[in-house]
Design a protein around this ligand. Structure first.
Ligand code: ADP
Length: 304
């Protein structure tokens, strides 16, 4: 089997209204990866997901899932992929266990097989006790977990998560991260879109950033973490900093004793503190304003 779960070659998409959403996209996701697919609103992420899941037509180029062209092998693609969309699209009036059995049936699972898999997934996701409820009776977080279970009923090899933790509280988010790591460990490749860059940084091995329909970055996460050029700190001092001419243009005064400082990431925290000291200012507190991935994301998507 190919080493890639997903291969996108020279993919272009122009919608009927003339909007060009994707311009010659090339992207590979390795089997076994947790891959962050990032970009600001309107960048083209949903279009790519729509194409992979065969809801959106390709203008030109090709997409392969586990080595097979999605246009030529739609059934294979459907079986290999599970998708958790952003919006709830659950049958509101059917007990959720029934929904799972029905969807299992659609993928050729017997009732017994579907029940077994559902129990396993619902227990892992903490919603087994709600199996007889309808989606209307579930909280937002439970519905989200149900959508994840539903996407996994047929044992897909590739799971696409479109903003899985949007609007989810911190505790549930951490539980969901553990679940994603577990299924990834068990052999499911994951593609994740998220606006929480910390989430991407923590979970993902590789990433791509898309901007105005073009891939502007594609690399291992570890490279990003070690390579961003600028870093922004929030610094609190013991005395007035507004009248001091330190760090010149790189400093943004928040209030008399607080500033934001953007420096080359080769400059260490000690150097910064020393520089303040040299100007007779004692640094009380210094913390990173953003993580490295956020720095890169802003650099690539807000400067053009
Ligand atoms: P993202 O998911 O990154 O926010 P999208 O893929 O939704 O980005 O959108 C990319 C571009 O394509 C945007 O300019 C958007 O307005 C446009 N677009 C998305 N869907 C359609 C559609 N069905 N018809 C026309 N234009 C669309």
């Amino acid at each position: 089997m190919t080493k890639y779960a997903l291969e996108i070659n020279q993919l272009n998409k122009t919608y009927k209204n003339g909007v060009t959403a994707l311009k010659n996209i090339n992207l590979n996701v390795e089997d076994g990866d947790i891959f962050a697919f990032l970009g600001p609103n309107g960048a083209g992420k949903s279009t790519v997901i729509g194409i992979i899941t065969t809801l959106v037509n390709i203008t030109s180029g090709s997409v392969q899932v586990y080595g097979k062209d999605i246009a030529k092998y739609p059934e294979f693609t459907k079986h290999m992929i599970g998708v958790v969309p952003q919006e709830y699209n659950l049958d509101q009036f059917i007990p959720i266990i029934e929904t799972m059995i029905n969807i299992g049936g659609y993928f050729g699972l017997s009732k017994k097989q579907a029940l077994k898999k559902t129990q396993e997934l619902f227990e892992d996701l903490g919603i087994w006790h709600k199996r007889k409820s309808t989606p209307r009776e579930l909280s937002g977080g439970m519905k989200r977990r149900l959508m994840i279970a539903r996407a996994l009923i047929h044992n897909p090899k590739l799971l696409i998560l479109d903003e899985p933790t949007a609007g989810v509280d911190t505790e549930l988010r951490l539980t969901m991260w553990d679940f994603f790591k577990k299924i990834n460990h068990d052999g499911v490749t994951i593609i994740l879109t998220t606006h929480y860059l910390e989430e991407a940084e923590r979970l993902c091995k590789n990433l791509a950033i898309i901007h105005h329909g073009e891939v502007v970055k594609s690399s291992p996460m570890s490279d990003v973490i070690s390579s961003t050029r600028k870093h922004t700190y929030i610094i609190r001092a013991d005395s007035n900093i507004t009248d001091k001419n330190i760090f010149k243009d790189n400093i943004h005064i928040v209030d008399d004793k607080t500033c934001e400082l953007t420096v080359d990431n080769k400059i260490s925290i000690t150097e910064i503190i020393n520089h303040f000291n040299d100007n007779n200012i004692k640094v009380i507190d210094i913390l990173s304003k953003r993580n490295k991935l956020e720095e890169l994301f802003i650099e690539l998507t807000q400067t053009k």
